[in-house]
Ligand binder design. Structure first.
Ligand code: NAP
Length: 495
């Protein structure tokens, strides 16, 4: 059996594994020109997906533009019912969809299934939220006029997603876009297109009309400009690296597109002397090592106050040594591989740079070949602030720990980065919770917890971590625009 057949055999509903693009309701298989999708745990090719270009991108945008005209006119209730069907289908098929995710991305199966449930939660939330997307009647300054503000969908949306949460990052954009009445063209990451294709299948099963959701795979260099510069695309919503986000922002400016950017991070996780040490250690383990450290919100730098430092690092290293690394389908696995060998090589470089600069690895770790996609987790001490491991987004299971003396020091170190996505801190002091929350330059924050993301909250970054928010009521606003209607009394003086 080849990789594709093996994966299919795992699924209760094998039709969900469809390595096909979707344009205007037509599924398109890979031709001679294709992109191979690899399971990073085994190196096995699990699928070939189409390598589409500018012509197919144009066709997908045209389809979305045509479908927009009717999708936007459905009542909020009708769209909400379809979103709720998507929610139920995602939950019903979460094990299959989680397996597809694990196969293409490498994360442990329970994390894959959790990501599908997280994806589903956005459809449930926005199905309810769109029913309450009220406009307003504004008190008039003129007795002969009345002012209405209605909220309408922005139009065709280009959705570009990364490989680290291929279903979750798509769902967080797709659910509010569909709820608002927008149609979409999705370009998933080339390493992990199968989850996006499966979510598109779910959309079709739920009754989303042809053309409303289109999915295209292929070279980003060709599809990117064709999508972003297309006159019928009104909005670009991107999750990915800061460098690509910056390029897309520049390109979008020419067409005056609406833009939302969810970009990289360099989160501090601060442990104050008065923290509950077990809570801090377990939260650091979750925040740092979930998805093998490949989350935009993961703790990049661990900052520990001097009074608790020795105790914390000893326990953190001990717990890290206990983590099981392996194939995501092995139910014992805590950490899978990185998304591919290139990503693993990049993380090893950052680790070697730190060690060459005097950092020490505290925990026990298994050895992996330098050519492997696996990188064993490492707790690093004797790190300095200027090293790459502190200045760059590591995107791997390496935890540099820095010692600090005072709250002021901690805030300075935490904010000493171009990024501003997430931050975490651990303390029992209520006054400190207010002070530090206000002082940190981060869009989302966890106090005494390392897990913070849900559909109900506005998620997004400050500084170079992005523009706009996803989730919560703000996540729906991102796909709506206000239209003001001034209604004059027909019998009044026209001036
Ligand atoms: P990436 O390299 O920026 O790629 C993201 C997406 O952009 C992929 O679909 C990629 O396609 C596409 N792309 C690349 N160049 C493009 C171009 N010139 N025009 C149009 N599309 C282009 O990011 P990644 O490595 O997949 O993801 C990791 C990054 O995402 C990290 O920095 C992480 O922090 C960030 N992230 C942020 C959030 C958040 O909510 N803030 C959430 C998750 C991840 P190809 O795959 O075909 O190259």
């Amino acid at each position: 059996m080849n990789g594709f057949e093996e994966l299919k055999a795992r699924l209760k509903t094998p039709e969900l594994l469809a390595p096909e693009c979707l344009i205007d309701g037509r599924w398109i298989s890979a031709s001679a020109s294709a992109i191979s999708v690899e399971n990073p745990s085994t190196g096995q090719i699990i699928a070939q997906v189409p390598k589409l270009g500018a012509a197919e991108t144009d066709a997908a945008v045209d389809a979305a533009a045509a479908a927009f005209d009717s999708w936007k006119t459905l009542t909020a209730k009708v769209r909400a019912d379809i979103l709720m069907k998507m929610y139920h289908l995602l939950v019903e098929h979460s094990e299959d969809l989680g397996a597809i995710l694990t196969a293409e991305q490498g994360k442990p199966l329970r994390e894959g299934i959790n990501e599908i449930l997280f994806t589903a939660s956005f459809f449930e939330w926005y199905a309810a939220e769109i029913r309450r997307a009220y406009g307003k009647v504004v008190p008039t300054p003129d007795p002969d006029k009345r002012f209405l503000v209605m909220r309408q969908p922005i139009g065709v949306v280009a959705i570009i997603t990364p490989w680290n949460f291929p279903a979750g990052m798509m769902g967080r954009k797709l659910a509010p876009a569909l709820a608002a009445g927008c149609s979409v063209v999705v370009k998933p990451a080339s390493q992990t297109p199968l989850s996006a294709m499966a979510v598109a299948k779910i959309a079709e099963m739920a009754g989303v009309p042809a053309g409303v959701v289109n999915v295209i795979t292929g070279s980003a260099a060709e599809i990117g400009p064709a999508l972003i510069e297309h006159p019928k695309v009104s909005k670009v919503t991107f999750t990915g690296s800061t460098s690509v986000g910056r390029t897309l922002y520049e390109k979008s400016a020419r067409g005056l597109k609406h833009v939302s950017l969810e970009l990289g991070g360099n989160a501090p996780l601060i442990v104050f002397d008065d923290a509950d040490i077990e809570t801090a250690v377990e939260s650091a383990i979750q925040s740092k090592f979930r998805n093998a450290g490949q989350t935009c919100v993961c703790a990049n730098r661990v900052l520990v106050q001097s009074g608790i430092y020795d105790q914390f690092v000893a326990r953190f290293a001990e717990r890290t040594s206990q983590l099981k690394i392996g194939d995501g389908f092995d139910l014992e696995t805590d950490l899978g591989p990185l998304v591919d060998r290139r990503a693993a090589a990049g993380v090893r470089d950052i680790l070697q740079d730190a060690v060459a600069g005097g950092a020490r690895i505290l925990n026990d770790r298994p050895e992996f070949e330098d050519t492997s996609a696996f990188v064993a987790p490492a707790v690093l001490v004797d790190v300095t602030e200027g090293q790459r491991v502190c200045t760059e987004e590591i995107f791997g299971p390496i935890a540099p720990v820095l010692k600090f003396e005072t709250e002021t020091d901690a805030i300075r170190i935490a904010n000493n980065t171009e990024y501003g996505l997430s931050a975490y801190f651990f303390t029992r002091d209520n006054a400190r919770i207010w002070r530090v929350s206000e002082a940190l330059d981060s869009g989302v924050m966890g106090v005494n917890t390392g897990l913070i993301s849900t559909a109900e909250i506005p998620f997004g970054g400050m500084k170079h971590s992005g523009l706009g928010r996803e989730g919560g009521e703000e996540g729906l606003d991102a796909f709506l625009q206000s239209k003001m209607v001034c209604i004059a009394d027909v019998n009044s003086n026209p001036n």
